[in-house]
Write a protein that binds this ligand. Sequence first.
Ligand SMILES: C[S@@+](CC[C@H](N)C(=O)[O-])C[C@H]1O[C@@H](n2cnc3c(N)ncnc32)[C@H](O)[C@@H]1O
Length: 371
Amino acid sequence: MPHFFATTPRGLENVLNQELHDLGIKKTKIGVAGVGFESNWEGCYKANLCLVSASRVLYPVLDFPAYEPEQIYHNVLKHDWTKYIKPNQTIAMDSSVRDSKIKDLRIVALKAKDAVVDQFREKFNKRPDVDADNPQLPISLRLAKNICTVSLDTSGGSLHARGYRDRGAPAPLKENLAAALIKMTGWDEKSPLLDPMCGSGTFCIEAAMMALKKRPGIYRKRFAFQNWLTYQKEKFEELVKTALSEELDDVPFRIYGFDNDPRAIAASKANSENAETIIATLFKRQDLSQLEPPAESGVMVVNPPYGERMGDIKALLPLYEELGQVIHGPLKNWKCFVLSSEPEFIKALGGRPKVRHRVFNGAIQCEFVGF
Ligand SMILES: C[S@@+](CC[C@H](N)C(=O)[O-])C[C@H]1O[C@@H](n2cnc3c(N)ncnc32)[C@H](O)[C@@H]1O
């Protein structure tokens, strides 16, 4: 049975593991920034199509010690790369290096690329070209503590980029991070969800997708595995057909997004139209200070502005105090969750959070707290 490794931002591994189990993939192993799993290729297709918290699904094919560049060349040559693509297709290497004797990630990529193209040249007298932007066979190389792991990237481009967001507002969350945070709130997908500072609408759209049973991969034009000679087209098409048949036309509650910036509201609406979730979402220009919560309570989730410069933190404290008053006042019957990078902001919310999770928003370490 093949082994795969689904990656996710650090702090979200448990969410991803639960998602895999919910898909019926039970043989999993939680790692750092990802979860390993054992399944047939159909499971890999399903993971790419359905996981909301994953960034990529990798298929590791080799791991070996590498202290010298030539070891990379010789070991990569041991795998048969010609079984995935034809020589007229394209490849690209994505490499990273950590705590190793070889320091230069470009050397790692170069040696691996040389091995792959030499293998094709030997067999076909023709070699695949490199296409850094849109490779048909993306190869991932991770050199950590002198151990090199080589994987095929079955996704091809990060899964967070669903494709519905063409209008951004400042500082949008990655879609898979927003979706994973919603999962962490324990929202039942049957009651209202509210983001009072919604920006480009990411929380609202991801929540609406969950409620309407829209699988995130449905929006995607192509996954890398669809370019390979090993692609089981009928199996994937069957999964897509099933996913589409499970989608709902509407839900008996609404997902609310407010923001005081009209451009943010325009972006949220446009993005929700693109995602075909507009039926379930309601966006309105409203300042936090004017917040009138919907009658039926549910989950509030928000990623307020965060300061990028030192002075910003002080200037933003009153906004967090106001948010705290909303949480402990009009929203006191709601489950409220806030993502923040600064302990001072969390303190300004007042009260004692019932739950605290450490998560990473890109390189920024954040806390996701719940009241
Ligand atoms: C970090 S952004 C949210 C990004 C959003 N999560 C996304 O993924 O696009 C913070 C948002 O808070 C909004 N905002 C700031 N102060 C506000 C206030 N007093 N009332 C309502 N919205 C506010 C800003 O306009 C901005 O869109």
